[in-house]
Design a protein around this ligand. Structure first.
Ligand SMILES: NC(=O)c1ccc[n+]([C@@H]2O[C@H](COP(=O)([O-])OP(=O)(O)OC[C@H]3O[C@@H](n4cnc5c(N)ncnc54)[C@H](OP(=O)(O)O)[C@@H]3O)[C@@H](O)[C@H]2O)c1
Length: 245
């Protein structure tokens, strides 16, 4: 019998992250449930276990260096390695009227907080988990991004990508750029790293506006987390294929 693959998903206590954890668990992965709040973490692990998933809790605030270091130690102790990292945790940042972030009146602290979580958090978690991932036969990293971070789509007046979001959208553009740099660094290795857009999903994040379910939103990340060896890397995907940068 082959050994179960080990996956860690950040921000997995609810929304798309929880659905990614449930989906990978159903596929037979052993799932590390990353969450920053102890109570929400415990509840998510219990719910996943009740659904038959081999889940373990990983206290993890992606913005805290100490928390990230301790999370890597816990994954090593609990699972002895890591095959899949899904950087899902993300925040929109404070929004103004019409769920917009006006660049001309933007509070810089909003930008800092969003970048801290959506970009620096991803780098911090990825680098802490890399020693474990490098020991895997088929390491996979998925960064949960957003189509609103696509500069091509933002620059095309023919495409409706919603309100102006001067902190959130650039944070995902930044995350995409960082994903490409990792892919360039990993070229010629077994590590595949890609960005995924879940589409507009009804979660806390969107105030439950959005036509897609968390399970639908999780599908692309799950596909990228389970790519075969030699699969694509350094690309940006949604349900229908690739998204232009
Ligand atoms: N929903 C959409 O339509 C949509 C569209 C495109 C992209 N996305 C992306 O999809 C990802 C998941 O979003 P979602 O819709 O599932 O949102 P959500 O329901 O609000 O879940 C976000 C998750 O991230 C966690 N999180 C936030 N800051 C964190 C931190 N510093 N450390 C650890 N965990 C943290 C939250 O934990 P708490 O429960 O403790 O707050 C929660 O578990 C995000 O990266 C988002 O940008 C969403």
């Amino acid at each position: 019998m082959s050994k179960a693959k080990i996956a860690l998903i950040t921000g997995a206590n609810k929304g798309i992250g929880y659905a990614i954890a449930a989906g990978l668990g159903t596929l037979g992965h052993r799932v590390g449930v990353g969450a920053r709040d102890e109570t929400r973490l415990g509840e998510a692990v219990e719910k996943l276990r009740a659904a038959g998933v081999d889940a373990f809790g990983v206290p993890l605030d992606v913005t805290s260096r100490r928390s990230v270091t301790e999370a890597a130690e816990l994954v090593e102790l609990e699972a002895g390695g890591l095959d899949v990292l899904v950087n899902n945790a993300g925040i929109p940042g404070e929004m103004g009227p019409g769920w917009a972030q006006d660049p001309t009146s933007l509070d810089l602290d909003v930008v800092r907080t969003v970048v801290e979580t959506n970009v620096l958090g991803v780098i911090q978690v990825t680098n802490a988990m890399l020693p474990l991932l490098r020991r895997s036969g088929s390491p996979r990293i998925v960064n949960v991004s957003s189509g609103v971070g696509s500069l091509t789509r933002q620059a095309d007046p023919g495409i409706d990508i919603g309100p102006v979001m001067a902190a959130y959208a650039p944070s995902k553009t930044f995350l995409n750029a960082v994903t490409v740099q990792y892919a360039r660094h990993f070229a010629g290795t077994d590590i595949l790293i890609n960005a995924a857009c879940p589409g507009l999903v009804a979660t806390d994040f969107t105030g439950f506006h959005g036509s897609r379910t968390p399970e639908q939103g999780a599908a692309t990340a799950i596909r990228l987390a389970t790519l075969p060896d030699g699969g694509p890397t350094g690309s940006f995907f949604e349900d229908d294929g690739t998204i232009p940068w």
